[in-house]
Design a protein around this ligand. Structure first.
Ligand code: URA
Length: 443
């Protein structure tokens, strides 16, 4: 009779001490910690101490991959049986005005690459794709794993939220890191992001690693280190990964706030909308089609542009919205989406050129207006938000509109208006244009 191998057991304090003293942990030791934490056998205090030890001592690529796989395997790993296309997703590390997923996912699916996308909600100054999708009347993001798999097979794309079955270890571990000062560790961020994404059953993943004042990573060096760790770890886990470092020193596009951003994403699907949103969507789309099997970058771009201009991307979004219970008419008529009844204009204090916009501050003002949340159990108001009229490099006259706040009532908005005005730096000289895509990391 074949004997079943029993998993080895370890003493948790010894594993923590090993990492504390800078010694590497084996795959088996890391899996033991994560499995025990998921089952409740490893205490939160112990996991917090482990996180702090990793923050100071770091992890080798091998350890990071082991942590990623153990967290991925703490829940369901989706298998897309019978799917003829490759499955490729995109993940953004989060920014202000980042509505790219809403136009990119249907566009790439319309080009024949499957996009099984599991997204999150906004927390802090960055918005979340789920909140933007839920600005569509009736749209549901809380289907089961089976419904997600079926929709990917039928439509080539599903836009769902994370269920309790997907990487539960990450959910608990992230909550612990959040309150113990241990978020800012590249191996821990890598394992957290990838464990959720790899559970979607992907062949490829494109990462949009944001850099700048509105991003998690403020410097290009930090963003490059995170992107390199994500690409390397994804590959070790058997998934093709590429990353673009992209600018987040100004909000993306003009719209901030949930329905406002959804409307702008749909405008891009109509061939309209801001040039930076369209450009970033195409740049990420090229990466996704390449991981989906397209050999030529130029041909990938042509395929994306064709699906945009002949209406296939729009039709795909309509089909996704209908499949997930939403009103598909909003895709063709984005003005059906909610907009707050009052507008408060933020005037330019002097003439000149917009040199910088503190996008984090705009994100925080949007949160204060009700577009985002400061606690994970808060509801958001889809109708409120900010429209940015002047972007870096634009000339403004004294008194011309820098931005408009979309509010339910004009009462108590003076402080918000001042904060938005203070987020704009206006100078006498036009700043040098900044590239949107700063660098690509593919190996
Ligand atoms: N986003 C995640 O999902 N995890 C982290 O650790 C940081 C950002």
């Amino acid at each position: 009779m074949a004997s079943r191998r029993r998993a080895r057991t370890f003493l948790v304090p010894e594993l923590i001490a090993k990492k504390r003293d800078g010694q590497p942990l084996s795959e088996e030791e890391i899996a033991f910690l994560v499995t025990g934490f998921t089952a409740g056998a490893v205490m939160a205090e112990q996991m917090a101490a482990f996180a702090m030890a990793v923050l100071f001592r770091g992890m080798s690529p091998r350890e990071t991959a082991a942590l990623t796989l153990a967290m991925r395997d703490s829940g369901t790993v989706i298998r897309h049986r019978g799917l003829r296309q490759r499955a490729v997703d995109k993940h953004s590390t989060g920014g202000v005005g980042d509505k790219i997923s809403l136009c990119l996912a249907p566009l790439v699916a319309a080009c024949g690459v499957a996009v099984p996308m599991v997204s999150g909600r906004g927390l802090g100054h960055t918005g979340g794709t789920l909140d933007k999708l839920e600005a569509i009347p009736g749209f549901r993001t809380d289907g089961s794993v089976a419904a997600f798999r079926d929709q990917v097979r039928e439509l080539g794309c599903a836009l769902f939220g994370q269920t309790a079955e997907i990487a539960p270890a990450d959910k608990r571990f992230y909550a612990l890191r959040d309150v113990t000062g241990t978020v800012e560790s590249i191996p821990l961020i890598t394992a957290s992001i990838l464990s959720k994404k790899l559970a979607e059953g992907l062949d490829g993943l494109v990462l949009d690693v944001k850099v700048g004042s509105g991003a998690f990573m403020k410097t290009r060096e930090d963003a490059r280190a995170l992107a390199t760790s994500l690409v390397r770890t994804g590959r070790k886990a058997g998934v093709a990964v590429s990353a673009l470092l992209t600018d987040m020193d100004a909000p993306l596009g003009h719209a901030i706030g949930n329905a406002n951003e959804t409307r702008e994403a749909f405008a891009v699907l109509h061939g309209e909308g801001p040039a930076d949103v369209r450009e970033l969507m195409l740049a990420l789309g090229v990466e996704m089609l390449r991981l989906g099997g397209e050999r030529s970058r130029a041909q990938a771009r042509r395929r994306l542009e064709a699906a945009l201009s002949d209406g296939r991307a729009l039709a795909k979004m309509e089909a996704i919205v209908a499949a997930q219970g939403g009103d598909p008419r909003v895709v063709g008529e984005p003005d059906r989406l909610a907009v707050a009844p009052k507008g408060v204009v933020v005037p330019a204090p002097r003439r000149g050129f917009v040199r910088r916009i503190e996008s984090k501050e705009l994100g925080l003002v949007a949160v204060a207006m009700g577009a985002g949340r400061t606690r994970s159990d808060q509801a958001v108001d889809p109708a409120v938000g900010i429209t940015v009229h002047a972007k870096p490099g634009d000339a403004v006259a004294e008194g011309s509109a820098l931005a408009t706040l979309h509010v339910r009532s004009r009462r108590n908005t003076a402080a918000l208006r001042d904060r938005v005005a203070g987020a704009f730096s206006i100078g006498a000289r036009r700043p040098a244009p900044r590239p949107l895509v700063l660098e690509a990391i593919r190996r």
